[in-house]
Write a protein that binds this ligand. Structure first.
Ligand code: FE2
Ligand code: FE2
Length: 251
């Protein structure tokens, strides 16, 4: 049985009532577009959690400077692989073909094209990109598709821990007089981060909000992200926010 839930936003209200879908089986009661939207979100998370763990978190164990930092980085890498395993589990339940979850087939997000070289860069990636991920997961906490909502609720505390891990180790470097390394990492990494949230006016995002799968527009999320990261860089770390490129165009 499905129940009609209150609309999540004025944008959603303008289209149709948002329906709560409590199980994978119940998705059959929805229009085909609902399944398409759910699959897009699940595939994206499954692919990007796996690829991120492969190109950033696992290699960072070698970059971590102390046994304590290595241990904590192992924990982060383990959790990122686990996020993939969880999303892959949901993908399997939905009957999504395994090859659609292969980063070699489905292109990962551009933030993972960064060539990770230093410990400071990894700390910045966690502080910044995992905070961006916190915002993304936050949007799924009240998602109309309950299996995805439940996954988001399991994942959220770990993503918050990853962002805090990054902030704490950035702070440690700054306190040790190595703020220039963090600043250099910010200069290299920050310019590619606004694209993480997708294009302004995105058709996918409009579809996600229409079905109550997401709550905010890409632009709103990006704006929240930039306010918080600027505060982190300038107020907390006492560094300089790098100049950022123009936002991606509508596609
Ligand atoms: Fe993750
Ligand atoms: Fe993470």
């Amino acid at each position: 049985m499905t129940t009609v839930a209150p609309a999540r936003s004025s944008a959603a209200a303008a289209h149709a009532p948002v329906v709560d879908v409590k199980t994978v089986a119940e998705i059959a009661t929805q229009p085909p577009e609902y399944r398409v939207a759910v699959e897009k979100i699940v595939v994206s998370h499954a692919v990007n959690e796996l690829h991120g763990a492969q190109v950033f978190d696992e290699p960072a164990i070698r970059l971590a400077p102390t046994p304590y930092a290595k241990w904590l980085t192992c924990r982060v890498a383990m959790e990122e692989y686990h996020h993939h395993v969880r999303f892959k589990g949901l993908a399997d339940e939905l009957g999504i073909a395994p090859e659609r979850l292969d980063p070699a087939v489905k292109k990962p997000l551009s933030i993972f094209e960064f060539d990770l070289r230093t410990w400071a860069e990894f700390c910045v990636i966690k502080a910044v990109a995992d905070y961006a991920e916190v915002l993304q997961v936050e949007d799924l906490l009240h998602c109309s598709f309950h299996p995805l909502r439940n996954l988001a609720r399991l994942t959220m505390p770990e993503e918050k821990f990853h962002a805090k891990f990054g902030r704490d180790f950035c702070q440690e470097l700054v306190d040790a007089g190595r703020g220039d390394e963090v600043q250099a990492a910010l200069e290299r990494y920050m310019p590619i981060t606004p694209a993480f949230f997708g294009a302004a006016g995105s058709k996918n995002n409009e579809m996600f909000r229409r079905f109550g799968l997401k709550q905010r527009s890409n632009e709103e999320m990006r704006a929240d992200f930039l306010v918080r990261v600027t505060e982190l860089v300038e107020k907390d770390l006492g560094l300089k926010m790098p100049a950022l490129p123009a936002l991606p165009a509508v596609h």
